[in-house]
Design a binder for this molecule. Sequence first.
Ligand code: NAD
Length: 355
Amino acid sequence: MKLEIALIPGDGIGPDIVREAVKVLQTVCDKAGHSLKTKSLLAGGAAIDATGKPLPEETLEEAKASQSVLLGAVGGPKWDAVPGELRPEKALLGLRGGLGLFCNLRPALLYSQLADACPLRRESVEGGLDIMVVRELTGGIYFGERGRTADGAYDTMSYTKGEVERIARKAFEIAMKRSKRLTSVDKANILETSRLWRATVDEVARDYPEVAVNHLYVDNAAMQLVRNPRQFDVILTENMFGDILSDEASMVTGSIGMLPSASLRADSFGMYEPIHGSAPDIAGQDKANPLATVLSVAMMLRYSLGMGEEASLVEKAVDKVLDEGLRTADIYTEGTKLCGTRAMGDALVQAVKEA
Ligand code: NAD
Protein backbone atom coordinates (compact mmCIF):
# COMPACT_ATOMS: atom_id res chain seq x y z
CA MET A 1 0.00 0.00 0.00
CA LYS A 2 1.03 3.64 -0.59
CA LEU A 3 1.02 5.83 2.52
CA GLU A 4 0.91 9.62 2.21
CA ILE A 5 1.34 11.19 5.61
CA ALA A 6 1.51 14.87 6.51
CA LEU A 7 4.01 15.68 9.27
CA ILE A 8 3.59 18.72 11.49
CA PRO A 9 6.61 18.64 13.82
CA GLY A 10 5.72 22.01 15.41
CA ASP A 11 7.80 23.52 18.20
CA GLY A 12 10.05 22.59 21.11
CA ILE A 13 10.59 18.83 21.27
CA GLY A 14 8.12 18.36 18.37
CA PRO A 15 10.81 17.92 15.69
CA ASP A 16 12.87 15.60 17.99
CA ILE A 17 10.02 13.16 18.62
CA VAL A 18 8.42 13.26 15.15
CA ARG A 19 11.82 12.42 13.62
CA GLU A 20 12.06 9.23 15.74
CA ALA A 21 8.43 8.26 15.09
CA VAL A 22 8.98 8.57 11.32
CA LYS A 23 12.09 6.38 11.63
CA VAL A 24 9.93 3.68 13.21
CA LEU A 25 7.11 4.12 10.66
CA GLN A 26 9.59 3.86 7.79
CA THR A 27 10.98 0.62 9.23
CA VAL A 28 7.47 -0.84 9.60
CA CYS A 29 6.67 0.14 5.99
CA ASP A 30 9.94 -1.40 4.70
CA LYS A 31 9.18 -4.60 6.56
CA ALA A 32 5.56 -4.85 5.43
CA GLY A 33 6.24 -3.76 1.82
CA HIS A 34 4.40 -0.42 1.93
CA SER A 35 5.74 2.75 0.35
CA LEU A 36 5.82 5.86 2.55
CA LYS A 37 5.69 9.45 1.35
CA THR A 38 5.84 12.19 3.99
CA LYS A 39 5.51 15.94 3.70
CA SER A 40 6.60 18.30 6.47
CA LEU A 41 4.25 21.21 7.14
CA LEU A 42 4.43 24.32 9.31
CA ALA A 43 2.11 25.06 12.24
CA GLY A 44 2.36 26.77 15.62
CA GLY A 45 5.29 28.96 16.60
CA ALA A 46 7.42 27.71 13.71
CA ALA A 47 4.70 28.89 11.30
CA ILE A 48 4.37 32.25 13.06
CA ASP A 49 8.10 32.82 12.63
CA ALA A 50 8.05 31.83 8.96
CA THR A 51 4.69 33.26 7.77
CA GLY A 52 3.22 35.42 10.55
CA LYS A 53 0.31 32.99 11.02
CA PRO A 54 -0.02 29.95 13.34
CA LEU A 55 -1.83 27.91 10.66
CA PRO A 56 -0.93 28.84 7.05
CA GLU A 57 -3.58 27.88 4.45
CA GLU A 58 -1.05 25.65 2.73
CA THR A 59 -0.72 23.50 5.87
CA LEU A 60 -4.46 22.94 6.09
CA GLU A 61 -4.73 22.18 2.37
CA GLU A 62 -1.80 19.75 2.37
CA ALA A 63 -3.10 18.08 5.54
CA LYS A 64 -6.50 17.61 3.86
CA ALA A 65 -4.82 16.05 0.83
CA SER A 66 -2.95 13.47 2.96
CA GLN A 67 -4.23 10.18 4.38
CA SER A 68 -3.40 11.23 7.93
CA VAL A 69 -1.49 13.78 9.94
CA LEU A 70 1.21 13.19 12.56
CA LEU A 71 1.70 16.19 14.84
CA GLY A 72 4.44 16.79 17.42
CA ALA A 73 3.40 19.72 19.63
CA VAL A 74 3.07 23.47 19.32
CA GLY A 75 3.80 26.48 21.50
CA GLY A 76 6.49 27.76 23.81
CA PRO A 77 7.59 30.82 25.80
CA LYS A 78 8.94 32.53 22.66
CA TRP A 79 5.34 33.10 21.51
CA ASP A 80 3.67 33.68 24.91
CA ALA A 81 3.34 37.41 24.28
CA VAL A 82 1.63 36.93 20.91
CA PRO A 83 -2.02 38.17 20.96
CA GLY A 84 -4.87 35.60 21.33
CA GLU A 85 -5.89 35.07 17.71
CA LEU A 86 -2.29 34.54 16.58
CA ARG A 87 -1.15 32.19 19.36
CA PRO A 88 0.47 28.87 18.35
CA GLU A 89 -2.38 26.92 20.06
CA LYS A 90 -4.81 28.43 17.53
CA ALA A 91 -3.21 26.08 15.00
CA LEU A 92 -4.60 23.10 16.92
CA LEU A 93 -8.16 24.44 17.00
CA GLY A 94 -7.82 25.44 13.32
CA LEU A 95 -6.65 21.96 12.34
CA ARG A 96 -9.38 20.19 14.37
CA GLY A 97 -12.12 22.45 13.01
CA GLY A 98 -10.71 22.70 9.47
CA LEU A 99 -10.27 18.95 9.16
CA GLY A 100 -13.65 18.20 10.82
CA LEU A 101 -12.11 16.08 13.58
CA PHE A 102 -15.00 15.63 16.00
CA CYS A 103 -13.83 12.51 17.82
CA ASN A 104 -10.85 12.52 20.15
CA LEU A 105 -9.49 9.20 21.40
CA ARG A 106 -7.21 9.24 24.41
CA PRO A 107 -6.10 5.86 25.70
CA ALA A 108 -4.85 5.77 29.29
CA LEU A 109 -2.73 2.69 29.54
CA LEU A 110 -0.61 1.72 32.52
CA TYR A 111 2.50 -0.13 31.39
CA SER A 112 3.40 -2.89 33.83
CA GLN A 113 7.10 -1.97 33.38
CA LEU A 114 6.27 1.56 34.65
CA ALA A 115 3.84 0.62 37.43
CA ASP A 116 5.97 2.50 39.98
CA ALA A 117 5.16 5.79 38.20
CA CYS A 118 1.44 5.38 38.97
CA PRO A 119 0.42 7.71 41.82
CA LEU A 120 -2.39 5.38 43.00
CA ARG A 121 -2.12 2.54 45.50
CA ARG A 122 -0.88 -0.64 43.87
CA GLU A 123 -4.08 -2.58 44.72
CA SER A 124 -6.19 0.02 42.82
CA VAL A 125 -4.39 -0.76 39.56
CA GLU A 126 -3.35 -4.38 40.07
CA GLY A 127 -3.89 -6.30 36.84
CA GLY A 128 -3.28 -3.22 34.72
CA LEU A 129 -5.25 -0.24 33.55
CA ASP A 130 -6.50 0.28 30.01
CA ILE A 131 -9.09 3.02 29.56
CA MET A 132 -10.15 4.69 26.31
CA VAL A 133 -11.59 8.18 26.70
CA VAL A 134 -13.74 9.18 23.71
CA ARG A 135 -14.19 12.96 23.79
CA GLU A 136 -16.41 15.06 21.54
CA LEU A 137 -14.06 17.64 20.04
CA THR A 138 -15.86 20.24 17.94
CA GLY A 139 -19.00 21.15 19.92
CA GLY A 140 -20.06 22.22 23.40
CA ILE A 141 -18.91 25.20 25.41
CA TYR A 142 -15.53 25.61 23.68
CA PHE A 143 -17.30 26.41 20.40
CA GLY A 144 -20.50 28.12 21.64
CA GLU A 145 -21.24 31.83 21.61
CA ARG A 146 -19.28 33.80 24.19
CA GLY A 147 -18.96 37.39 25.16
CA ARG A 148 -18.73 40.14 27.74
CA THR A 149 -21.51 42.28 29.15
CA ALA A 150 -21.08 45.51 31.12
CA ASP A 151 -20.17 43.64 34.29
CA GLY A 152 -20.02 39.97 33.33
CA ALA A 153 -19.14 37.34 30.78
CA TYR A 154 -20.81 34.27 29.30
CA ASP A 155 -19.98 31.08 27.41
CA THR A 156 -22.66 28.91 25.83
CA MET A 157 -22.84 25.14 25.81
CA SER A 158 -24.95 23.72 23.02
CA TYR A 159 -25.19 20.39 21.20
CA THR A 160 -27.36 19.10 18.40
CA LYS A 161 -28.69 15.58 18.50
CA GLY A 162 -26.67 14.79 15.36
CA GLU A 163 -23.43 15.85 17.03
CA VAL A 164 -24.11 13.58 20.00
CA GLU A 165 -25.19 10.69 17.84
CA ARG A 166 -22.07 10.62 15.64
CA ILE A 167 -19.64 10.64 18.58
CA ALA A 168 -21.76 8.05 20.43
CA ARG A 169 -21.61 5.74 17.39
CA LYS A 170 -17.81 6.06 17.26
CA ALA A 171 -17.60 5.20 20.96
CA PHE A 172 -19.88 2.16 20.63
CA GLU A 173 -17.89 0.91 17.64
CA ILE A 174 -14.73 1.17 19.73
CA ALA A 175 -16.41 -0.54 22.71
CA MET A 176 -17.37 -3.42 20.39
CA LYS A 177 -13.67 -3.93 19.57
CA ARG A 178 -12.68 -3.80 23.25
CA SER A 179 -14.43 -5.29 26.29
CA LYS A 180 -17.95 -4.11 25.31
CA ARG A 181 -18.34 -1.82 28.33
CA LEU A 182 -19.12 1.88 27.94
CA THR A 183 -19.61 4.63 30.52
CA SER A 184 -21.26 7.82 29.30
CA VAL A 185 -20.42 10.87 31.41
CA ASP A 186 -22.66 13.95 31.66
CA LYS A 187 -24.27 16.32 34.15
CA ALA A 188 -27.87 15.41 33.33
CA ASN A 189 -29.12 16.39 36.81
CA ILE A 190 -28.43 20.04 35.89
CA LEU A 191 -27.64 20.64 32.20
CA GLU A 192 -30.19 20.43 29.37
CA THR A 193 -27.43 19.54 26.88
CA SER A 194 -26.60 16.60 29.15
CA ARG A 195 -30.22 15.41 29.14
CA LEU A 196 -30.10 15.42 25.32
CA TRP A 197 -26.74 13.66 25.52
CA ARG A 198 -28.07 10.90 27.79
CA ALA A 199 -31.26 10.30 25.78
CA THR A 200 -29.29 10.16 22.51
CA VAL A 201 -26.67 7.77 23.92
CA ASP A 202 -29.51 5.48 25.10
CA GLU A 203 -31.03 5.59 21.61
CA VAL A 204 -27.72 4.71 19.92
CA ALA A 205 -27.17 1.96 22.53
CA ARG A 206 -30.19 0.07 21.11
CA ASP A 207 -28.11 -0.62 17.99
CA TYR A 208 -25.36 -2.18 20.11
CA PRO A 209 -27.17 -4.59 22.46
CA GLU A 210 -23.93 -6.39 23.32
CA VAL A 211 -22.41 -3.28 24.91
CA ALA A 212 -23.12 -2.79 28.62
CA VAL A 213 -23.82 0.93 29.16
CA ASN A 214 -23.90 2.98 32.33
CA HIS A 215 -24.23 6.73 32.92
CA LEU A 216 -22.26 8.74 35.47
CA TYR A 217 -22.38 12.39 36.47
CA VAL A 218 -19.07 14.07 35.72
CA ASP A 219 -18.25 14.87 39.35
CA ASN A 220 -18.75 11.25 40.31
CA ALA A 221 -16.73 10.08 37.28
CA ALA A 222 -13.80 12.30 38.32
CA MET A 223 -13.89 10.72 41.78
CA GLN A 224 -14.29 7.15 40.51
CA LEU A 225 -11.28 7.53 38.20
CA VAL A 226 -9.06 7.94 41.24
CA ARG A 227 -10.98 5.60 43.58
CA ASN A 228 -11.40 2.62 41.27
CA PRO A 229 -10.15 3.26 37.71
CA ARG A 230 -10.37 -0.41 36.77
CA GLN A 231 -14.18 -0.19 36.56
CA PHE A 232 -13.78 1.80 33.30
CA ASP A 233 -13.18 0.62 29.77
CA VAL A 234 -14.60 3.14 27.24
CA ILE A 235 -15.57 6.55 28.65
CA LEU A 236 -17.73 8.63 26.31
CA THR A 237 -18.16 12.32 27.07
CA GLU A 238 -18.59 15.84 25.70
CA ASN A 239 -15.85 18.32 24.92
CA MET A 240 -15.08 20.11 28.21
CA PHE A 241 -15.75 17.13 30.51
CA GLY A 242 -13.55 15.05 28.19
CA ASP A 243 -10.76 17.61 28.28
CA ILE A 244 -10.62 17.38 32.06
CA LEU A 245 -11.28 13.65 32.50
CA SER A 246 -8.78 12.58 29.82
CA ASP A 247 -6.02 14.54 31.57
CA GLU A 248 -7.02 12.99 34.88
CA ALA A 249 -7.08 9.49 33.37
CA SER A 250 -3.66 9.93 31.79
CA MET A 251 -2.10 11.25 34.99
CA VAL A 252 -3.46 8.20 36.82
CA THR A 253 -1.08 6.17 34.65
CA GLY A 254 1.78 8.47 35.71
CA SER A 255 3.36 8.59 32.28
CA ILE A 256 2.58 11.73 30.29
CA GLY A 257 5.50 11.04 27.93
CA MET A 258 3.94 7.68 27.01
CA LEU A 259 0.41 8.50 25.92
CA PRO A 260 -0.79 8.98 22.34
CA SER A 261 -4.03 10.41 20.99
CA ALA A 262 -6.12 10.36 17.84
CA SER A 263 -8.59 12.88 16.46
CA LEU A 264 -10.93 11.39 13.88
CA ARG A 265 -13.77 12.31 11.58
CA ALA A 266 -16.49 10.01 10.21
CA ASP A 267 -14.29 8.46 7.50
CA SER A 268 -10.87 7.00 8.17
CA PHE A 269 -8.90 10.29 8.15
CA GLY A 270 -7.28 11.28 11.42
CA MET A 271 -4.70 13.47 13.14
CA TYR A 272 -2.40 11.79 15.63
CA GLU A 273 -0.32 13.39 18.35
CA PRO A 274 1.16 12.77 21.78
CA ILE A 275 -0.89 14.21 24.65
CA HIS A 276 2.03 16.18 26.07
CA GLY A 277 3.11 19.66 25.02
CA SER A 278 6.26 21.00 23.38
CA ALA A 279 8.42 20.71 26.54
CA PRO A 280 10.57 23.74 25.68
CA ASP A 281 12.77 23.03 28.74
CA ILE A 282 14.31 19.99 27.02
CA ALA A 283 13.89 20.85 23.32
CA GLY A 284 16.76 19.86 21.02
CA GLN A 285 18.70 18.22 23.87
CA ASP A 286 18.12 14.55 22.97
CA LYS A 287 16.15 14.16 26.22
CA ALA A 288 12.52 13.91 25.03
CA ASN A 289 10.64 10.65 25.31
CA PRO A 290 9.48 9.75 21.76
CA LEU A 291 7.22 6.86 22.86
CA ALA A 292 3.93 8.81 22.96
CA THR A 293 4.53 9.92 19.36
CA VAL A 294 5.60 6.44 18.29
CA LEU A 295 2.41 5.04 19.88
CA SER A 296 0.45 7.74 18.01
CA VAL A 297 1.86 6.20 14.82
CA ALA A 298 0.51 2.83 16.00
CA MET A 299 -2.94 4.41 16.45
CA MET A 300 -2.67 5.92 12.95
CA LEU A 301 -1.89 2.52 11.47
CA ARG A 302 -4.85 0.95 13.29
CA TYR A 303 -7.58 3.60 13.05
CA SER A 304 -6.83 5.41 9.78
CA LEU A 305 -4.87 2.99 7.63
CA GLY A 306 -6.57 -0.27 8.63
CA MET A 307 -3.19 -1.88 9.41
CA GLY A 308 -3.80 -3.64 12.71
CA GLU A 309 -0.83 -5.98 12.32
CA GLU A 310 1.59 -3.16 11.61
CA ALA A 311 0.15 -1.27 14.61
CA SER A 312 0.82 -4.29 16.84
CA LEU A 313 4.37 -4.43 15.49
CA VAL A 314 4.97 -0.89 16.77
CA GLU A 315 3.29 -1.55 20.13
CA LYS A 316 5.30 -4.74 20.63
CA ALA A 317 8.51 -2.85 19.83
CA VAL A 318 7.64 -0.35 22.59
CA ASP A 319 7.00 -3.21 25.00
CA LYS A 320 10.31 -4.80 24.05
CA VAL A 321 12.47 -1.73 24.63
CA LEU A 322 10.75 -1.18 27.98
CA ASP A 323 11.36 -4.84 28.87
CA GLU A 324 15.02 -4.31 27.97
CA GLY A 325 15.09 -1.55 30.58
CA LEU A 326 15.62 1.41 28.23
CA ARG A 327 14.27 4.66 29.70
CA THR A 328 14.39 8.32 28.73
CA ALA A 329 14.92 10.65 31.72
CA ASP A 330 11.19 11.26 32.36
CA ILE A 331 10.51 7.56 33.06
CA TYR A 332 13.92 6.60 34.46
CA THR A 333 14.09 4.73 37.76
CA GLU A 334 17.08 3.21 39.51
CA GLY A 335 18.27 -0.02 37.93
CA THR A 336 17.06 0.88 34.42
CA LYS A 337 19.17 2.15 31.49
CA LEU A 338 19.03 5.90 30.81
CA CYS A 339 19.00 6.76 27.12
CA GLY A 340 18.35 9.72 24.82
CA THR A 341 15.66 10.36 22.22
CA ARG A 342 17.72 9.07 19.29
CA ALA A 343 18.92 5.94 21.10
CA MET A 344 15.31 5.12 22.03
CA GLY A 345 14.31 5.52 18.37
CA ASP A 346 17.23 3.33 17.23
CA ALA A 347 16.25 0.61 19.72
CA LEU A 348 12.66 0.68 18.44
CA VAL A 349 13.84 0.41 14.83
CA GLN A 350 15.94 -2.60 15.80
CA ALA A 351 13.00 -4.18 17.68
CA VAL A 352 10.72 -3.77 14.62
CA LYS A 353 13.39 -5.28 12.35
CA GLU A 354 13.86 -8.28 14.66
CA ALA A 355 10.13 -8.94 15.22
P1 NAD B 1 4.49 20.01 28.50
O1 NAD B 1 3.72 18.75 28.33
O2 NAD B 1 5.17 20.54 27.31
O3 NAD B 1 5.62 19.78 29.63
C1 NAD B 1 5.31 19.46 30.99
C2 NAD B 1 6.52 18.76 31.61
O4 NAD B 1 6.59 17.44 31.07
C3 NAD B 1 7.85 19.43 31.30
O5 NAD B 1 8.71 19.29 32.40
C4 NAD B 1 8.40 18.64 30.13
O6 NAD B 1 9.81 18.63 30.05
C5 NAD B 1 7.84 17.24 30.41
N1 NAD B 1 7.58 16.49 29.17
C6 NAD B 1 6.53 16.67 28.33
N2 NAD B 1 6.63 15.82 27.29
C7 NAD B 1 7.75 15.11 27.48
C8 NAD B 1 8.41 14.08 26.74
N3 NAD B 1 7.93 13.60 25.58
N4 NAD B 1 9.56 13.58 27.23
C9 NAD B 1 10.07 14.02 28.38
N5 NAD B 1 9.50 14.97 29.14
C10 NAD B 1 8.36 15.52 28.68
O7 NAD B 1 3.49 21.09 29.13
P2 NAD B 1 3.71 22.64 29.42
O8 NAD B 1 5.08 22.86 29.99
O9 NAD B 1 2.52 23.04 30.20
O10 NAD B 1 3.61 23.34 28.02
C11 NAD B 1 4.74 23.72 27.22
C12 NAD B 1 4.21 24.30 25.91
O11 NAD B 1 3.50 23.30 25.18
C13 NAD B 1 3.23 25.46 26.09
O12 NAD B 1 3.50 26.45 25.13
C14 NAD B 1 1.87 24.83 25.86
O13 NAD B 1 0.93 25.76 25.38
C15 NAD B 1 2.21 23.81 24.81
N6 NAD B 1 1.28 22.66 24.74
C16 NAD B 1 1.04 22.17 23.52
C17 NAD B 1 0.21 21.07 23.37
C18 NAD B 1 0.00 20.50 21.99
O14 NAD B 1 0.66 20.93 21.07
N7 NAD B 1 -0.91 19.59 21.82
C19 NAD B 1 -0.35 20.45 24.50
C20 NAD B 1 -0.04 20.96 25.76
C21 NAD B 1 0.79 22.08 25.87
